[in-house]
Design a protein around this ligand. Structure first.
Ligand SMILES: [Zn+2]
Length: 292
């Protein structure tokens, strides 16, 4: 599943590609991709004549700020144009966007198509179809409608996320530190790959009971998380067979992992073999010698 670095890579691609993209037509190829409003006509109508003004990211959610465009021939002033709510996207397992100049015939996994007046297309493709989209009217509360966003913990890069915060939230938790890192209500955007890689880099065993981890280790862990995520964003996301950027390219050239999917290979630090075991149903990779 795409994690924070992959979603951030997509966000940057969308910002770059979509210049003054005003939605003139929406084609819904699969109704169930729309999570809200429940009526697909309402989703389509709500988005028409919206300028995609800005793309934000929260955890693994992409959030487009929309502006209402009444007369696009007039030199419209963005500051004055009214908000038209948000288009929110969660890519889940296999969702991705493709920007297509002069729209062509869509593949069978195409779920939603957005067109501008030049017939340029922003296409959403999703093989396994777990991805979702929401149009949130400006009068509604995004955090209330999308509970997954409302309950998100701090962003790893924000100043709210530090060793003190971690100490506070895990001080009584008997769950493993790996499970804690995967919990989106504690920290937003970290999934299986980056949890494993960050714990390796911090020298902490994924099996440790969260409450036993000391302050100095938490300082190291926070730093490791930030470093690992930033490095991966810089290289366009890590090794995902399903991940695609806006050009339809796989980000596979990216980051070299230290433990993730390296079971039975030599640890890059000590030469011991990397092991794998499940924690709360997720494959966990670690070096038993380097991680205590
Ligand atoms: Zn090692």
């Amino acid at each position: 599943m795409p994690e924070l670095p992959e979603v951030e890579t997509v966000r940057r691609g969308l910002e770059q590609k979509l210049n003054n993209f005003i939605i003139k037509k929406v084609e819904v190829c699969r109704d169930s991709t729309i999570a809200f409003p429940t009526n697909k006509e309402e989703f389509i109508k709500g988005l028409l004549n919206s300028l995609i003004y800005k793309w934000d990211r929260r955890g693994k959610y992409l959030i487009a700020q929309l502006k209402e465009v009444q007369n696009e021939n007039a030199q419209f002033l963005l500051e004055n144009s009214k908000n038209n709510g948000f288009l929110v996207v969660h890519l889940r397992m296999t969702g991705y966007f493709k920007f297509i100049e002069n729209s062509s015939h869509p593949c069978k996994h195409t779920r939603i198509r957005f067109f501008d007046k030049n017939n340029d297309e922003l296409r959403y493709i999703d093989v396994r179809s777990f991805g979702q989209m929401w149009w949130i009217n400006k009068d509604l509360s995004l955090n209330k409608i999308i509970k997954g966003i409302g309950s998100l913990g701090p962003e790893p890069f924000s100043k709210d996320f530090d060793a003190n915060y971690l100490k506070k939230v895990i001080s009584k938790r008997t769950k493993s530190i790996k499970a804690i890192l995967l919990d989106q209500t504690i920290v937003a955007g970290i999934g299986n790959i980056y949890a494993d890689e960050s714990l390796y880099s911090a020298g902490i065993s994924p099996f440790r009971e969260a409450r036993t981890i000391k302050k100095n280790e938490l300082i190291k862990l926070k730093e490791s998380i930030v470093t690992v995520l930033k490095k991966s964003i810089g290289s366009g996301g890590t090794t995902f067979s399903d991940f695609r950027d806006l050009e339809g390219e796989n980000g596979n050239f990216g980051l070299q992992t230290n433990v993730y999917r390296r079971t039975g290979k030599e640890c890059r630090k000590c030469g011991n073999l990397i092991e794998r075991q499940k924690i709360t149903g997720r494959s966990t990779h670690w070096c038993p010698r380097c991680q205590k």
